[in-house]
Design a protein around this ligand. Structure first.
Ligand code: GDP
Ligand code: MN
Length: 333
């Protein structure tokens, strides 16, 4: 049993207010979509907690946008502009090569020809956690326009993360489109070999690397993620991001922030630090998760039926694989 003064200290830290926010990168044209999301997050959870919303944009928000947001929520809202050194072409790629990559990929996969989509993915991979409005936060919960939150959340997920030592929380685990990440794993492997001192003694890397040594394409769908930001601020994460940026794949291919965050989490964290919020029923265009456990389903408005996460190969793999020690990690890679 803990000595009484130790227990008191622990209690004290458990009750400390949590520095956290709901964060979205949005355009002025996303007003209706993000109003819908904020309204649902408030109704399901945040009206009891009043965590601030932080909305970020590469262009100035219009007055109409700001008024539209304030009209839908009583929680504090902060509007932020991105700086040019965070939102833009990577210094390691050439405009000409990017242009021909967009042309080549435009009919190969969704957003294959989109330049702004690539800026968005690079920003969410390497810069969002560096925005001044996020600098005092310990956790962020990423939200997006036009998603649905189906279930009442009768507790504080941020507190749940903190009290359980969790670093990364997710709801869905799809498989990435191969053509968008053709060289991501080889590039990752190179970083691992060159930066062995930054790898943890044990990691969940097996989730992202299969028996043949290839990327499983499993990822956490990052349009929902609750993250202990010290992870993205860590030396290892920053070094990994810089390495990826130098390789050019955010532009020459279409590396998404979802596979980047997910590979980093699997490679740098232990399974016990990752958490599936199974009880948070969620829809983002393309994918739906509706809890089927009776005690969870009772709080949801999505009908209980066989849903994505109960069939997801990557979710099954999440359950089936465990941590590997560092020396094995290097052999796998
Ligand atoms: P998808 O979920 O992969 O289909 O991509 P989305 O279009 O939903 O974009 C992901 C997030 O980034 C959303 O929150 C968008 O509002 C935001 N976003 C995408 N492109 C831009 C952009 O050019 N500027 C800004 N400010 N936000 C963007
Ligand atoms: Mn989206």
């Amino acid at each position: 049993m803990a000595a009484p003064n130790e227990a008191a200290n622990k209690d004290n830290s458990m009750n400390k207010p949590i520095r956290a926010a709901l964060v979205a990168l949005v355009r002025n044209s996303d007003l209706n979509g993000i109003r819908s999301t904020i309204r649902q997050v408030d109704d399901r959870f945040n009206r009891n907690y009043n965590y601030p919303y932080i909305l970020l944009n590469d262009k100035n928000f219009t007055d109409e946008f700001k008024e539209g947001i304030h009209a839908i929520t009583k929680a504090p809202v902060h509007f932020g502009l991105l700086s040019d050194d965070h939102w833009g072409l990577s210094p390691y790629v050439t405009e000409e090569k990017v242009k021909s990559a967009l042309e080549y990929n435009k009919n190969r996969y969704i957003y294959g020809g989109s330049y702004s989509y690539r800026l968005m993915c690079r920003y969410q991979s390497g810069f969002i956690h560096k925005h001044p409005l996020l600098q005092d936060l310990d956790y962020y919960w990423r939200i997006e326009p036009d998603v649905n939150y189906f279930c009442d959340i009768p507790y504080d997920p941020f507190k749940y993360m903190r009290d359980n030592g969790l670093i990364y929380g997710f709801t869905t685990t799809p498989m990435e489109i191969q053509k968008t990440v053709e060289t991501l794993w080889d590039t990752t492997r190179k970083w691992m070999m060159e930066n062995q001192e930054l790898l943890p003694e044990e990691s969940f890397v097996r989730w992202v690397v299969n028996e043949k040594g290839d990327y499983t394409r499993c990822h956490f769908w990052s349009n929902f993620e609750i993250v202990d930001l010290s992870f993205y601020r860590s030396e290892a994460y920053e070094s990994y991001f810089q390495h990826l940026d130098r390789a050019g794949g955010f532009f020459y291919e279409r590396w998404g922030d979802a596979p980047v965050h997910s590979i980093a989490a699997a490679m740098l964290l232990r399974k016990e630090q990752l958490h599936w919020f199974e009880d948070i029923g969620y829809y983002h265009p393309g994918l739906r998760h509706c809890p089927n456990k009776p005690e969870m389903a009772a709080r949801c408005i999505c009908g209980p039926r066989s849903d994505f996460m109960y069939r997801s190969i990557c979710n099954r793999r999440f359950g089936n694989v465990g941590n590997v020690p560092k020396n094995e990690t290097l052999l796998l890679a």
